[in-house]
Design a protein around this ligand. Structure first.
Ligand SMILES: [Zn+2]
Length: 194
């Protein structure tokens, strides 16, 4: 049976790094690994095929197959039709995939012994659910919410506090707005002023 592991949390909480750690370990054991991210995420280094905001994505193991796509279902169809037998599939920036729930459910049904790691935001800048990642929690083997550290507490020389939320620092009310630390900050509850 395949397994589903979910890693959620705000920007800067190390979700991708945590997933890549597992991917790196399995790759070093010669297991067949695959990394997927959404094509929308072109922050930094547009000229590199698999650059996102996270530097470590640029250093994927050479044996890892990597895809930057907007349609997860096509990938899943390929895995099933071609019987690709990945040992580990990591889906990064999962909140961007509009076909996430259906696709991961199909992977769980049609793969035999695959670790499926899904990383993404759980909430938007308003603390509202974003994308379909929360719908997957009932299907998961493990689910962890990672925290960053509150940038505002740090700026104000307060005690270092955990940051479970993402604060948008520019004036824009679209739910999806691609940006990095220039637009978003990880913050604690008392600094999340909506
Ligand atoms: Zn704070």
């Amino acid at each position: 049976m395949s397994r589903l592991h979910i890693k959620i949390g705000p920007m800067g909480s190390g979700k991708t790094t945590d997933g890549l750690r597992e991917l790196g370990i399995q790759s070093s054991l010669n297991r067949k690994t695959c990394y997927i991210t959404h094509v929308i995420d072109n922050r930094n280094n547009n000229h590199l095929p698999f650059s996102t905001h996270n530097e470590s994505v640029n250093r994927l193991p050479t044996s890892t197959i990597a895809y930057k796509i907007d349609n997860l279902k096509s990938f899943v169809d390929m895995v099933i039709d071609d019987d690709l037998k990945y040992d580990l599939i990591m889906i990064d920036e999962a909140h961007f995939f509009i076909d996430l729930f259906e696709s991961v459910k199909l992977l769980l049904l049609h793969t035999q012994n695959t670790d499926i790691i899904v990383c993404g935001l759980d909430g938007d800048y308003m603390m509202n659910p974003i994308g379909q990642i929360l719908e997957l929690i009932p299907l998961s083997d493990t689910c962890i919410k990672l925290n960053s550290k509150c940038v505002k507490c740090n700026e104000e020389d307060l005690n270092i506090t955990n940051a479970p939320f993402t604060l948008r620092t520019i004036d824009n009310d679209e739910q999806i707005l691609i940006g990095g630390m220039d637009m978003y900050l990880p913050v604690c509850r008392s600094h999340h002023i909506v």
